[in-house]
Ligand binder design. Sequence first.
Ligand code: DX5
Ligand code: ZN
Length: 219
Amino acid sequence: MKLIAPSILSADFARLGDEIKAVEAAGADWIHVDVMDGHFVPNITIGPLIVEAVRSVTSLPIDVHLMIENPDNYIPAFAKAGASWISVQIETSVHLNRSVQLIRECGAKPGIVLNPSTPIQTLEWIMEDVDYVLIMSVNPGFGGQAFITNSLDKIKALRQMIQSKNLNTLIQIDGGVNEKTIADVAAAGVDIFVAGSAIFGSDDYQKTINSFREKITDR
Ligand code: DX5
Ligand code: ZN
């Protein structure tokens, strides 16, 4: 199972409903929503209100990536707004196990996000409790940044860790995924591909997603 998750961070927000319908028609599997608070990352973006609006225009799963401090304070609101997958940054959550349990209690599937410099060893005692791990391949905060190449080795190491524990944890990648990088990312062992600028910045969403699909099939 290989999933493509357009990040609406790079969509035209004045036409957000149309943009989401367009990527859904173009073959997107998930809608990725980047929530930023101006504290954990130097940018402010989206709250539960927008997630609720997104929920009303698509039947695709909504994947909420929380780049915020004190995520536990907001997880219930995002789940209620319609998020079916919710991920928290490992660097912000002191009581990570509690955050993960809270996501599940709210009826969503929990994920953990690692910044580029955060080692995968931090996952050792939480991995079995989550459905997915998101490896950031840029420093979170903005779309359109260059892919950090050593993320490929990190993905491979994570894939081995998941296999050695006999788990089914999905691996997600986010940042700098485009026509040039996606084949290598797929070969490293990724299941879910987030892409913002490479999809919403392209002229033809369907052509771009189809081309991504060709490059990730059977990898
Ligand atoms: C970055 C966000 C990403 C962003 C990716 O902090 O988490 O989801 O939208 O953008 P691109 O695909 O343009 O690197
Ligand atoms: Zn993201």
